[in-house]
Design a protein around this ligand. Structure first.
Ligand code: 0WK
Ligand code: BGC
Length: 965
């Protein structure tokens, strides 16, 4: 049997996270696996001297008898051959040793993939971001093209030795036929190592020349020509048009740029060229431009790879996982800057002596170690050092003068490509040249996307660009096949980026402008729902005013907040005892309960019964007969038929209490309208029904409002609980008021619980300034228009309808679903309030919204779902804030009435909206703390509902009656 203070409270049980998805870590984030625990394996290629067969490879697990059913048409000499794997290295030839050092066993690739995923998580995490090598830089690109983009967009792309300027005209025709004009300008020698200002001035001059030569007068006159800047270096972005250079690479080292906003540097250089109408609206990495370029022809790409002088990758990550950006909904493109993978030494066992030489001779030793393994700026150098080493071991070019090999840069990527693409020249050199060593990273990103989207399998388009991809025909084959080995759950398709990333940059700019325009339009629609602090303070003051008018005998009849006396003058003190029947009517469920209160605590049994809409809106007699039927059914099931137990009745509607067991119904709410009840004593209606049913098995001793029942139930656990709050189908609050302030009841000693009936706050028009057109439509379509106005802004019965009205308005404004008509959305109550709780869940994957969209037959893009979420967030936040403003008025009044500087009080709370909405309670508590800083308010979730409270009220009444005898 339960006793005070020992049981884990519902709060403690809740924080154990029982209701969250179990595949997520403690912080609600997906628990990521960093790869299968494979035994040691090696990938063998056909042309490996061991096999001498072309075109197919097989994976040989260390113990020969487990043959994985995997064959692929490839010749993975570089990976295949672990020549001499079975030979001890002392017997291997120098070339075999060189090949072995350049080949990476499959299990090491798996480990690398695992490390990459760990590094990615480190980079995304706010605490570890600064130390992470793989920087995972947010790009503030939260969407990909949807084909409606149109206009003229200027692009500047800073390439290795050139500046490319493009003018892209989009026609909103699904981007199927963009018009592109471009011009390439060679960069003067030495500019990459010169003054930063000179570099940006040069870029701006190229732009000026380009515009002068190519653009029509119409474009020249346009007010603003938006420009997208492709800047292929690692930048910390804080906005789409604000990016600070973190470090140069690929031989660039211009002074005065690191740590500066490159968008600003370019804009100043452009202004110097008097190009006043050109505005830099977006800066992006070349991987982003590549991803976007490939997304144009109706094949959205969510990964972008540049395999060129440098190497890098970006992908669309779940925004809530990108802790370094404050977005929580939708996806955001993340620039991984994977070139620095291994800068922490994690790849030291993979680096060959050739890699060490290349790194030492580079302009940034120790940095970008991974890029130096795969970037075409370095591949030639790796080969050169391998050839030097092999020559030194007399394994190659015996008797040949190889001084030329001493010259840095003499062996270019083009040389490499010419050799490996030459079919009949299969030499050992070719084997060395084919070492790509790129796959584990792509596999890591794909697996990461698959896991963080809660998908079994991931099908994704990968935009690729760069001379390694365009120059080496087998790049795709090797990249895909090894990625499939390392991430079998992912099916990537590589899409070549035509026109480099310039086209994509125009898309980024176009999408950015489209989203900016859209968010301005969305803000306009949602602005009336966004409440300022002043708005909330005004609501708090108005609530206080109405409370005072409700408590005052003279003004009570006209007060919108009726402040109804409940005749409950004490909260439980733990001495209550006995068995009680309890009824709980007015919330989502009608419950009949039997409650036993003993020294050890409270035990209870209950049954939920349905109140059909026909009964809710039928006759009062039918309603109370139905209630009696449920009571009788319950007593039968609980063998209580012979017992005459005192009954506490939680009746969650506005009642003028005359005594604890006498209450006149003032009006129905929450969709109830049973006839012949308003103005009647509800307890008598129940007794009349018992008489009609000749049922003698009950004795109604108390009728309470659900707020009072909730306060009492929580008061049993926490004596400081003197406020009851319901935020469910309806909303209301009660609190313990000083009798001296209750002008409607005789006496001024002690306290009495006041049922505020705050749902009707504003029915006198004092809140009209807050009602939006959406609220008005919702109110007009209820069975009690003009009534319960505060409730209709807050409670679960109405939030879904408010959202539906807003969604329909946004469809009309072409802001949602591309303006396509949504017939299902026209249906009243089709958008249930529980949908808000699902859609606003943190870290929501699109998959979970999809179920709701299907139910509503809505064909939504990812952007649409993000916008729906924004609408739900606006509506639920307003509800929580208004609730907090009401509560602030209550606690401030209690503090003042008790002459306290600081009030410490507990609120017993119940209701599905408060309990199940993912952020309602937090938003409410945060706003309350802000509006009533002198009150320390604890919220205690009522566990077993107010039925228990009704039994306690009956027990307190019983105790008082016995004491009076
Ligand atoms: C559970 C309480 C009941 C109250 C209900 C309100 O036991 O008295 O009316 O919460 O929440 P709802 O069910 O309307 O969401
Ligand atoms: C009723 C209140 C009740 C609240 C919460 C309102 O509609 O008027 O009596 O406490 O809903 O259930």
């Amino acid at each position: 049997m339960a006793s005070r203070g020992t049981r884990p409270t519902s709060q403690e049980r809740r924080s154990s996270g029982a209701d969250r998805a179990d595949q997520r870590g403690a912080d609600g984030r997906p628990a990521l696996s960093t790869g299968p625990e494979l035994g040691p394996m090696t990938l063998m290629g056909q042309s490996c001297p061991l096999h001498n067969r072309r075109g197919s490879a097989r994976v040989v697990p260390r113990d020969e008898n487990m043959e994985l059913s995997f064959s692929m048409e490839m010749d993975t000499r570089i990976y295949g051959s672990n020549p001499g794997q079975h030979q001890d290295s002392s017997q291997a030839t120098p070339i075999q040793r060189a090949l072995r050092s350049l080949s990476i066993p499959l299990e090491r690739l798996h480990i690398m993939k695992g490390h990459m995923i760990e590094d990615m998580c480190k980079g995304l995490c706010r605490q570890t971001h600064a130390q992470a090598k793989v920087r995972m830089l947010p790009t503030y690109i939260a969407s990909i093209p949807n084909g409606t983009e149109k206009g003229n967009f200027l692009v500047v792309e800073l390439c290795q030795n050139q500046v490319r300027t493009l003018l892209v005209t989009l026609y909103g025709d699904g981007n199927m036929s963009p018009n592109i004009v471009y011009k390439i300008f060679d960069m003067p020698e030495g500019m990459r190592q010169g003054e930063g200002e000179a570099l940006f001035d040069f870029i701006a001059q190229c732009l000026s020349k380009f515009l002068a030569e190519t653009t029509t007068s119409e474009i020249k006159e346009t007010t603003t020509l938006p420009l997208g800047f492709v800047f292929p270096f690692s930048c910390q972005q804080t906005r789409l048009d604000k990016a600070e250079l973190l470090s140069w690479s690929k031989g660039f080292s211009c002074s005065g740029v690191v740590g500066k906003d490159v968008a600003q540097l370019l804009q100043s250089a452009i202004n110097k060229q008097e190009l006043r109408h050109v505005e830099v609206v977006a800066v992006m990495n070349d991987t982003v431009g590549t991803m976007m370029t490939c997304s144009m022809e109706g094949r959205p790409c969510e990964v972008g790879i540049v395999a060129d002088k440098g190497s890098n990758c970006c992908f669309m990550a779940e925004s809530y996982l990108v802790e370094t950006a404050d977005e929580t909904s939708g996806r955001m493109c993340v620039n991984t800057e994977w070139g620095c993978f291994g800068d922490d030494g994690i790849l030291n066992d993979v680096f060959t002596p050739y890699d060490e030489c290349v790194d030492k001779e580079s302009s940034n030793p120790g940095v970008k170690r991974f890029e130096k393994m795969v970037g075409t700026l370095y591949v030639g150098e790796i080969v050169r050092h391998a050839l030097i080493a092999l020559t030194a071991e007399k394994a190659l070019f015996n008797g040949t003068d190889v001084a030329v090999l001493k010259q840095k840069g003499v062996f270019t990527m083009q040389h490499v490509l010419d050799i490996i693409n030459n079919e009949d020249g299969i030499t050992e050199v070719k084997k060395i040249l084919e070492s790509l060593r790129l796959q584990p990273r792509l596999a890591a990103i794909l697996s990461y996307m698959c896991q963080t989207r809660d998908l079994e399998t991931l099908t994704v388009n990968v935009g690729v660009e760069g001379e390694l991809y365009t120059g080496y025909p087998r790049f795709e084959e090797i990249l895909l096949s090894v990625s499939r080995l390392l991430a079998p759950e992912c099916m990537p398709t590589l899409l070549p980026s035509r026109d480099g990333s310039g086209r994509g940059a125009a898309m980024v700019t176009a999408v950015a402008l489209r989203l900016a325009a859209q968010s301005r339009a969305v803000d306009e629609v949602l602005a009336p729902l966004r409440l300022s602090r002043a708005d909330l303070e005004k609501v708090q003051a108005l609530m206080r005013q109405e409370m005072d008018r409700g408590l005052c005998k003279e003004t009570n009849p006209t007060a919108s907040v009726r402040m109804l006396p409940t005749y409950v003058t004490h909260t439980p003190d733990g001495t209550e005892r006995g068995d009680f029947l309890a009824l709980d009517l007015g919330g989502t469920n009608f419950r009949v309960l039997v409650v036993r209160v003993t020294e050890e605590g409270i035990t209870m049994a209950s049954e939920i019964y349905v109140i059909p809409a026909t009964i809710m809106q039928g006759t009062g007699e039918a309603l109370f007969d139905h209630i009696l039927d449920c009571i009788i059914d319950f007593q039968m099931k609980q063998n209580l038929v012979t017992q005459m137990l005192p009954l506490g009745f939680t009746f969650s509607f506005p009642c003028q209490q005359v005594g604890l067991d006498k209450a006149l119904l003032l009006t129905w709410t929450k969709g109830f309208s049973a006839s012949g009840c308003v103005g009647k004593d509800v307890v008598q209606l129940l007794r009349d029904a018992a008489k009609r049913k000749q049922h003698l098995g009950m004795q109604v001793v108390a009728l309470v409002n659900d707020t009072v029942g909730t306060m009492m139930a929580c008061g049993y656990d926490d004596p400081k609980c003197e406020i009851g709050l319901i935020v469910g189908t309806g909303t209301n609050a009660c609190y313990m008021e000083e009798m001296k302030n209750v002008g409607t009841v005789e006496g001024d000693q002690g306290r009495m619980c006041i049922n505020m009936e705050w749902g009707a706050f504003g029915d006198n028009g004092c809140l009209d300034h807050l009602f939006t057109q959406f609220d008005k439509v919702v109110d007009e379509t209820t069975i009690n228009p003009g009534k319960q106005r505060f409730e209709k802004l807050i409670s679960g019965m109405y939030l879904g309808e408010i959202v539906r009205q807003i969604l329909m308005a946004m469809v009309e404004k072409q802001l949602l679903f591309k303006g396509r008509p949504c017939p299902k959305l026209q249906t009243r109550n089709i958008f249930q309030t529980k949908f808000l709780s699902t859609i606003e869940l943190n870290g929501l994957a699109l998959r979970q919204i999809r179920a709701i969209l299907n139910e509503l037959e809505l064909d939504a893009s990812f952007e649409d779902s993000v916008l729906m979420r924004e609408v739900c967030q606006a509506v639920s936040l307003r509800a929580a804030q208004l609730c907090a403003a009401g509560l602030a008025a209550v606690v401030e009044k209690m503090r003042e009435s008790r002459g306290l500087d600081q009030l410490s009080v507990t609120v017993g709370v119940d209701g599905t909206l408060y309990k199940l909405h993912p952020c309602f309670s937090d938003n409410l508590q945060k706003t309350l703390k802000d509006l009533a800083p002198k009150c320390n308010v604890t919220f205690l979730l009522s566990e077993d509902g107010s039925g228990k409270g009704a039994a306690l009220v009956a027990a307190v009444a019983d105790r008082a009656a016995n004491a009076a005898k």
